[in-house]
Design a binder for this molecule. Structure first.
Ligand code: ATP
Ligand code: MG
Length: 602
């Protein structure tokens, strides 16, 4: 099949076009998707075969009508021919209805499975993947690429299979009617094949480019919407419009390139079809080279030639669609082939219950990029039930340390252990149940505050949820919101203030009740009232369990059992507040500064 590609076509792509696989690698996963649908796929193939056979029968009926009926003057033969024509029409009607429905059904099943698979796959991928990948592009794979595929599966695929059946059938029948005339008319085949091959190479490239440009448009839009506040605050609308204009123009150019290529190819195929008929008339009717065929055969020949050219023309018309669909499939399967960096152990080690919550960092060295270490040779032992506070300048590696304890990343050197077990050996289920983090930039899902808190433990009852908020002392605070627990949190929680968001994030983690709680304080400042509520909530939430609080306000550190000072990827100080405040090192200067400038009265 000419549109399948030969592999080796996947060019080296420029930066930021996403993962890519070779054309041939698409076939196998595609067949894998069709395997469970074999019955309906079989019905589709059978109905399309009958459709092709019935169509191919029509020129034979016409040949008989001309040769036996009109030329021989046999009225019965003409009546028979018209009855046959009528019957063939009904058959075509029925099988076309069946095949259209079945093929679309199969296509939609494939799409549904693929969409689900892609979504689940995204969820399994590691943080390192989302650091690199743009969410706009991931959305494009789910939307624009899926739509391109949907077009193919809805109409393109049916047209192709029909066209191919007709094409092959017509060639066989032509040979049976007159192999000499067929051989002569096949002169047009080499230019047809060559033109199609050239077209294929150029258009594949052009369509891959179109897919990438569509993703660029989406990326830009998504980023703009997400950052609309910043855009407007800095009056960057005009600048962004210009930038979008350039991206949009590249998208437009990529599309035009595909049109330029098709506009050369399709008319050429049309012309070749005409040339074919001219050849048949000249050699067949003119009895050149002693080719002697009946009038009916010449008529049948012209019809069959149509069955060759019409499908090829159709194929080249849906070629656009097929190319888009294939590019889309390559991108989607390319994504599906990506393995998560942080993999779950094949046979996880059991975690003895109850979980003690002992965390050890053993000679940990880690960098987001291997050549750029963010943490170097970190050794920390956190005892079960210890309340630990991390402080340090911005960019020191505090959040990174927390993410390693969550196993969002694996350390390059050394290991992180929970109750003496390497995190890499634990099942995700055990790990996620044992260690929970309130991230620095808390995320609230669209929905109500109640739903966001319940996210921590979906099986909790309403009473348990409210009891948790009461214990934290945030219940009055939430009830004071316009609709209390039913207050809607819009997308990304932009309707709530930073303090409100933190209260919800902490309640969510507290409800989950993990043996180890990591709390990365938000850097955004809050009014003193809210700050007091958050601080008291943090104190309650960390009680009776191992906790690691990353403090941006020293009021949080002041009462801590143990403080670690992180600077430039290393632990530089380790001790209680009383010990460190007089040590005359980094913590002392930090504390002095805080006392002088930041400490809130009271
Ligand atoms: N996802 C990431 N990809 C690449 N580099 C990162 C990533 N996250 C953080 N970094 C880099 O790692 C270093 C440590 O970052 P980290 O977020 O751990 O600092 P931090 O101590 O939490 O700072 P802050 O007090 O501002 O929250 C910084 O240089 C930062 O730029
Ligand atoms: Mg941080």
């Amino acid at each position: 099949m000419m549109w399948r590609g030969t592999g080796g076509m996947a060019e080296q792509r420029q930066n930021g076009t996403g993962p890519e696989i070779e054309t041939t690698h698409v076939i196998r996963p595609l067949l894998g998707l069709l395997r469970p649908l074999w019955l309906m796929s079989g019905v589709a193939i059978v109905s399309i075969s009958i459709f092709a056979l019935a169509n191919l029968g029509r020129p034979i009926v016409i040949q008989r009508a001309i040769d036996d009926g009109i030329i021989e003057g046999n009225a019965d033969a003409i009546v028979m021919a018209s009855i046959w024509f009528f019957i063939l029409g009904i058959i075509i009607y029925i099988v076309q209805a069946i095949s259209t429905y079945v093929v679309t059904w199969v296509g939609q099943q494939v799409l549904r499975t693929l969409r689900m698979r892609l979504f689940s796959h995204y969820q399994r991928l590691s943080m390192s993947f989302f650091d690199k990948e743009n969410s706009g592009r991931l959305v494009a794979r789910m939307t624009a690429d899926m739509n391109a595929l949907s077009d193919v599966l809805n109409s393109g695929f049916l047209m192709i299979v029909q066209a191919l059946f007709l094409l092959i059938g017509a060639i066989i029948l032509l040979f049976l009617l007159s192999w000499q005339l067929t051989l002569i008319s096949l002169i047009i085949l080499p230019p047809l094949v060559i033109a199609t091959m050239i077209f294929r190479v150029y258009s594949e490239r052009a369509y891959d480019a179109v897919r990438d440009r569509i993703a660029d448009v989406m990326i830009h839009m998504q980023e703009n919407f997400a950052g609309m506040r910043v855009v407007q605050a800095f009056a960057r609308e005009h600048h962004n419009e210009q930038q979008f204009d350039r991206i949009n123009e590249r998208n437009y150019e990529a599309n035009l390139r595909t049109v330029r290529i098709s506009s050369m190819y399709i008319p050429f195929i049309e012309w070749l079809g005409g040339a074919g008929i001219a050849i048949i008339l000249y050699f067949g009717a003119g009895a050149v080279f002693g080719i002697d065929v009946s009038v009916g055969t010449i008529a049948a020949f012209v019809f069959y030639l149509n069955f060759i050219f019409q499908p090829i023309q159709q194929l080249s018309q849906v070629y656009d669609m097929i190319q888009s669909g294939f590019s889309a499939l390559k991108k989607i399967f390319g994504l599906l082939e990506i393995e998560p960096d942080v993999k779950e152990a094949q046979s996880p080690a059991p975690l003895s219950l109850p979980v003690q919550g002992r965390i050890d960092l053993d000679e940990v060295t880690f960098g987001y990029a291997p050549e750029l270490p963010v943490l170097e040779d970190v050794n920390v032992k956190i005892a079960s039930g210890q309340r630990l506070v991390l402080v340090g300048p911005t960019g020191a590696g505090k959040s990174t340390l927390a993410k390693l304890m969550m196993r969002f990343y694996d350390p390059g050197v050394g290991s992180v252990l929970l109750d003496g077990q390497d995190l890499r050996k634990l099942s995700f289920k055990d790990l996620r149940r044992s260690v929970i983090m309130v991230p620095q930039e808390g995320f609230l899902f669209s929905g109500t505050i109640r739903e966001n808190i319940m996210f921590g433990r979906p099986d909790a009852t309403e009473e348990e949820m409210i009891q948790a908020c009461r214990s934290l002392g945030v219940n009055p605070f939430i009830e004071a919101l316009p609709e209390g627990y039913d207050t809607a949190v819009s997308y990304r929680g932009s309707r709530l203030s930073a303090g409100e968001k933190q209260v919800v994030s902490i309640s969510r983690a507290f409800l989950a009740n993990p043996p180890v709680l990591i709390l990365d304080e938000a850097t955004s400042s809050m009014d003193p009232g809210t700050e007091a509520i958050v601080e008291s909530a943090i104190r309650t939430a960390t009680e009776g369990r191992t906790s690691i609080v990353i403090a941006h306000r020293l009021s949080t550190a002041e009462h801590a059992e143990r403080i670690l000072v992180v600077n430039d990827g290393r632990i530089v100080e380790d001790g209680s507040h009383a010990e460190l405040v007089n040590a005359g090192n980094y913590y002392t200067s930090l504390y002095d500064r805080w006392i002088q400038h930041d400490r809130k009265p009271g």
